[in-house]
Design a protein around this ligand. Sequence first.
Ligand SMILES: *[C@@H]1O[C@H](CO)[C@@H](O)[C@H](O)[C@H]1NC(C)=O
Ligand SMILES: *[C@@H]1O[C@H](CO)[C@@H](O)[C@H](O)[C@H]1NC(C)=O
Ligand SMILES: *[C@@H]1O[C@H](CO)[C@@H](O)[C@H](O)[C@H]1NC(C)=O
Ligand SMILES: *[C@@H]1O[C@H](CO)[C@@H](O)[C@H](O)[C@H]1NC(C)=O
Length: 386
Amino acid sequence: MNSPFSISAFSDSKNRLYLYRIFIGLSLICFTYFIGSALIAEDYKEKISKWPMEMMGTEHSPKSNFCRNQCRPPGSESLPEGIIVRTSNFELRPLWDSSLAKEKLKPSLNLLAIAVGVKQKEIVNKTVEKFLSNDFVIMLFHYDGIVDEWSDLRWNNRVIHVSAKNQTKWWFAKRFLHPDIVAEYDYIFLWDEDLDVENFNPQRYINIIRSEGLEISQPALDPVKSVVHHPITARRKNEILHRRFYKSKGSGLCDENSTTPPCTGWVEMMAPAFSKAAWQCVWYMIQNDLIHAWGLDRQMGYCAQGDRVKNVGVVNSEYIVHLGLPTLGVLDKNKESSEQLRVDNRPAVRRQSFIEMQKFSQRWSDAVNNSKCWIDMYKQTDQHRN
Ligand SMILES: *[C@@H]1O[C@H](CO)[C@@H](O)[C@H](O)[C@H]1NC(C)=O
Ligand SMILES: *[C@@H]1O[C@H](CO)[C@@H](O)[C@H](O)[C@H]1NC(C)=O
Ligand SMILES: *[C@@H]1O[C@H](CO)[C@@H](O)[C@H](O)[C@H]1NC(C)=O
Ligand SMILES: *[C@@H]1O[C@H](CO)[C@@H](O)[C@H](O)[C@H]1NC(C)=O
């Protein structure tokens, strides 16, 4: 692969620097730094105490009072304010001749991140082509570690590649989509790879969710061609979008008065689109060690920037097909394929996902119990319905 911008740093196939090596390197650096800083800490304290106090902004003068009221990112206090850059983005920059950069006049406003394996190359190609032509920044998370085999696609050098073996999209998202890094994007799509986008137009979709105020959303699934796990995700042909579904028989009834997931205020985590504000909240909820993220979906409504019944929804007029192909961490009992028989650690992944769901749910109740200042905006409705 030729892209000089690739985070995975695949300069050629013989010289692969995998991400985890970078992590090991970083850990070593951090460790060295830790030891080093312990040794020089005393020395540093001494030096600091000799610095003029006004420089540190701690002297009691009118100027320092004014200065102390400024809100500075932690760690940046010793820098002049104008040099501080709080956020970043994924725009690729030319190494020289910045007139080349003018080719692309408007910066991308939205981001699509997909966890991919090379087996799904054909379908991912279609998705990426479509989103690129709608001015998205694209990030591919390679969970199979294979990056070189994408190099024949014409967009290969325009997207960001991140490679780490056997990691889920939530693992990647937690590590590479920090809200400060993606702060310039209005909407963040965090998608699985096995989605057919033939009937999906990204720009029209964004126009709809923007005008309807959907902070967390997903395109509906074509119910005929898709593997549908949750009835709320099924497409309704005569509505542009819907925010609830109805169930009048069996357990878990849903009617027009329901206020809790999965009747309303809920989307599946297969093809979510988050507003910037919602993502800023969701990122905090992702646990570093619970990489399958099961159970997260139920609490996502807390990030809906208001009432989840209004701000979470499924768009019918732009819809996708969930192909239900075997992908990392996604299990489809409905689809028997020879592929699936070969990958025999899927039951283990499923078990792990359930364990994680229980852990997450326990952490949530502990956190609720221990948060003295937190007010549960959905408490009333939850108790009423459950
Ligand atoms: C990728 O998609 C584009 C547009 O749909 C198509 O022209 C191209 O042939 C595809 N490439 C491969 C390798 O499938
Ligand atoms: C990743 O998973 C595959 C099977 O799904 C396994 O064979 C391989 O050893 C795993 N690799 C790593 C680095 O864990
Ligand atoms: C929903 O609530 C309204 C007002 O309380 C009530 O009249 C109606 O019967 C309820 N609908 C159902 C299906 O329970
Ligand atoms: C919440 O905390 C109290 C005491 O602090 C404890 O008695 C109770 O069992 C806890 N509840 C849960 C659900 O953890």
